[in-house]
Design a protein around this ligand. Structure first.
Ligand code: ZN
Length: 414
């Protein structure tokens, strides 16, 4: 029998003991009656997003949390950023993360971010979009936030094995790098040739662009070159529906990378008022939207970004506040939850405040609902989850367990 479910992905929630909190983690120190209710009535465990001791990025960790082996499908950051920026990509496209940058007459990089340009990037980007290069290849270009942008090359026989034109962070004063192939395949040679052609055309177009002429007149650094990095090829990722008996899923999120991953795996994606990827997210708005969606689909995934931000900022005080907001979200969900719906929570990785970056620590998880064999843990925290009935499993194993409880797995063997 199939049942419906909600899965909360709490970005960067896991943490380490904090001296000022008497050795508790922010999650352990926060007041979380609703998360504790999930732990009390459900089953808990700890999850290694990919493998024990391996810190994951949000992209890799989220793919794992949705049951995918990232290294089978994941090739570079470029494709995910490109999808996030709204480029419609096809299998075989090679995508890059880009910066608008400022170079001088000699081609030396003066500013890798073109003075953190904010205005005019849409106009600049559209002058670089849809450019037919040689050898049946077309370049698509879209702006991201501030100086960031994305590029995708579409043509036959392209490869992500090409070098970056970006000389790297803190490398101002060095020349922009020429593009060369990173292996000896004809595909890499072709891609390197076409990428270089695009970058040359881009410089020519950007040099004369009205936005840049106006910037120069105002004494601002012009965005007159494109730095590329993170080349990746789009692989066809089988949608969740294909892997789990036609499951229909929806994703509620405010963060671009996560929304892009949602699109890649065939989820209907939902953003909107209060559904932000920052501290100011509205927990009740997120819960309401999820409750509305759970009447239409089998699985609603709710992504909450803010705990990760607090970890990166090294602010355990803020992380406690975020955790308490997350708890309000869970409370609002439980209040409106139709009978028979399962609720699960996991994380894409830990972001300890003491590390201010992602770590390889396992993350706390719980599943609550009628099919769950509850364990004896009564609190939702890193340490109490370590003693729970789910034991210690990987991110994709956790997703499989949830899918099995909801009735969307297929039998192995006869
Ligand atoms: Zn993350």
């Amino acid at each position: 029998m199939k049942t419906r479910g909600m899965l909360i992905i709490a970005d960067g929630l896991g943490d380490r003991p904090i001296l000022e909190l008497d050795g508790k983690t922010p999650l352990e120190a926060a007041s979380t009656p609703n998360l504790d209710r999930l732990a009390y009535g459900g089953i808990v465990g700890i999850v290694d997003p990919y493998a024990p001791g391996v810190p994951c990025g949000t992209d890799v960790g989220t793919l794992c949390a949705l049951g995918y082996d990232p290294f089978k499908y994941y090739k570079g950051r470029g494709p995910i950023e490109a999808l996030g920026a709204g480029l419609q990509l096809e299998a075989g496209d090679v995508a890059f993360r880009c910066n608008f940058a400022t170079i001088d007459e000699q081609g030396l990089v003066v500013d890798r971010r073109a003075g953190r340009i904010r205005e005019g990037t849409s106009e600049l980007a559209s002058s670089l979009n849809n450019i037919c290069l040689g050898e049946d290849t077309v370049a698509f270009f879209a702006p991201g936030t501030e100086h960031r942008a994305v590029l995708a090359l579409r043509g036959s026989g392209l490869s992500p094995a090409v070098s970056d034109s970006d000389p790297g962070t803190a490398c101002e004063g060095r020349p922009m790098r020429k593009i060369y192939p990173l292996d000896n395949t004809p595909e890499a040679a072709k891609t390197a040739r076409l990428l270089q052609e695009f970058l040359d055309i881009a410089q020519e177009k950007l040099r004369r662009h009205p936005v840049n002429l106006a910037r120069e007149a105002a004494g601002l650094p012009p965005a007159n070159a494109i730095l590329t990095r993170g080349a990746g090829i789009i692989n066809t990722i089988p949608p969740l529906a294909k892997r789990y008996k036609g499951i229909k899923g929806a994703l509620v999120a405010g963060e671009k990378t996560v929304l892009a991953i949602g699109k890649m795996v065939g989820l209907d994606i939902f953003s909107g008022e209060g559904i932000t990827g920052s501290y100011d997210f509205d927990p009740v708005a997120k819960a309401r939207l999820a409750l509305d969606l759970v009447n239409k689909v089998d699985l609603v995934i709710i992504h909450v970004k803010a705990a990760d931000l607090a970890g990166h900022d090294g602010r355990w005080d803020l992380k406690i506040k975020v955790v308490e907001k997350l708890d309000l979200l869970v409370g609002a969900l439980m209040e409106g939850l139709p009978a028979g719906v399962h609720v699960a929570i996991t994380c894409d990785h830990s972001t300890p405040c003491s590390v201010r970056d992602h770590s390889g620590d396992p993350v706390p998880t719980a599943i609550w609902g009628p099919a769950v064999r509850s364990d004896f843990q009564t609190y939702f925290g890193e340490r109490s989850c370590a003693g729970g009935g789910l034991g210690r499993i990987t991110g994709s194993a956790f997703f499989n367990v949830l899918m099995d409880l909801l009735g969307f797995t297929s039998k192995l063997g006869a």
